[in-house]
Design a binder for this molecule. Structure first.
Ligand code: NIG
Ligand code: FE
Length: 408
């Protein structure tokens, strides 16, 4: 066996549904990597013969390996602070009121338009570094704090650039339909046309988008506007995602299902019809407990119905300055369990296997499985449930991208 790397004395939470146990766990295991892919895994007692002089062996000392964590929903490129809104909300204002008065997303748009590329890059890189330290190897980044072509392009180029320079792999999502920018107030449909007919072709020509997202909500875009953006995305061959059913039930999830969306995200107000629709289309339900917590929402996503209809549930940070100012994917495991009653195994599947599906990379990421990318996080824990149990501490001891140790 001419492997590039072999781990022994490790336990594996493979998250492979074909392995037994809710974590697909294999104890006293070994795992081998060749050319950046997982080449062999199983019980150590079944390990095929190999040449110990040519294969570097890492002893895990009983630590656990999981797939590298995946944060499939973030807005992590932004400038400025929204602490003033946090204060305003604690003095009685609501998120919707602040948005309607020109604060909210628009205030981050103003700050991001004014920011220079270097400072945006610097802040985003530090945020990615802290995710990497907690075992995250793949992150989706949305635009949507530009809302004009130049700034949307600046955000997406920056995200691409980060993907090239940073060990974390980046997926870019165009969220031009995040809010109506102030210069288009009262001309919503003109803005949607601008997104579809001007922005999207220009950004597609430069290959800057991996997917397209819309904020479908009564304070943002309605169903017709959402569908117009979805159709434009399709014309460019891009998959879609949707911020849906966060503050009200608009039926966005059914629309997303009709367009074979990769995911519908937030979905606190999703009803059974919506659950059935996304079950049929194979769309992932992305739960965002950070935003639920920070906005002090009370209505929870319909987790029991999602389970009943076997909808894959991902968990993500939604990291953004307005509704989820928290840069931690690991914390989502605990919040998913305490706030939404996921089991620790469901939570871990939510930041690995199902998060990979929400980004369309489920055939090569999100599981420890032969042929999959060797993106691996190593943890000083006695059992994988500990990842969801403790919060505010970080048991990650090493991260590997395509089998190579990432220096942190
Ligand atoms: O995912 N829902 C819309 N977008 C973000 C919030 C953005 C903001 O308030 O800046 C979200 O919660
Ligand atoms: Fe979001």
């Amino acid at each position: 066996m001419d492997w590039d790397q072999l781990w022994i004395e490790v336990n594996l939470a493979t998250m492979d549904p074909e392995q037994p146990g809710s974590y697909g766990e294999i104890e006293d295991a070994a795992l081998a990597v060749k050319d950046g892919k997982i080449a062999w895994l199983g019980r150590r007692s079944d390990l095929p013969e190999f040449d110990p002089f040519s294969v570097p062996v890492l002893k895990g000392n009983g630590q656990w390996l999981t797939p590298g964590l995946i944060d499939c929903h973030t807005h992590l490129i932004f400038a400025g602070s929204r602490a003033n809104e946090f204060e305003a909300r604690l003095n009685g204002a609501t998120y919707e009121e602040i948005a309607r008065q020109g604060g909210g997303i628009q205030s981050t748009v103003n700050a991001t338009r004014a920011a220079d590329t270097e400072s945006l890059f610097h802040d985003a890189r530090l945020r990615l570094n802290s995710l990497l330290k907690e075992g995250v190897t793949r992150v989706e980044i949305k635009s949507g704090y530009g809302l004009d072509l130049d700034t949307e392009r600046k955000m997406l180029e920056l995200a691409r650039h980060l993907g090239q320079l940073h060990p974390i792999d980046i997926h870019t999502t165009f969220l031009g339909a995040h809010a109506i920018p102030s210069e288009y107030q009262g001309r919503d449909n003109d803005y949607v046309e601008h997104v579809c007919n001007d922005m999207m072709p220009a950004l597609a020509a430069d290959g800057l988008m991996d997917a397209v997202d819309v904020f479908c909500e009564n304070i943002a875009f309605d169903l017709d506007q959402t569908e117009a953006v979805f159709k434009a995305a399709k014309a460019h061959g891009l998959p879609v995602k949707l911020h849906a059913e966060q503050l009200s039930n608009m039926g966005g999830s059914q629309l997303a299902a009709r367009h074979q969306a990769l995911s519908v995200d937030h979905i606190e107000c999703l009803d059974e019809e919506g659950v059935k629709a996304i079950a049929q289309s194979g769309t992932v339900a992305v739960l965002l407990p950070g935003a639920f917590y920070f906005l002090k929402e009370t209505r929870k996503p319909p987790v029991d119905l999602l389970r009943q209809h076997q909808v894959p549930m991902a968990l993500a940070s939604d990291f953004n300055p307005g509704s989820s100012p928290l840069c931690s994917t690991l914390l989502m495991l605990n919040m998913g369990c305490t706030l939404f009653s996921l089991t620790p195994a469901e939570a871990l599947a939510g930041v690995t296997r199902h998060a990979a599906r929400a980004l369309g990379v489920q055939a090569r990421c999100g599981q420890l499985k032969v042929g999959f990318d060797a993106d691996i996080s190593q943890w000083r824990i006695g059992h994988p449930a500990e990842l969801a149990w403790q919060y505010g501490s970080n048991p990650c001891s090493a991260v590997y991208k395509q089998g190579q140790p990432v220096r942190m």
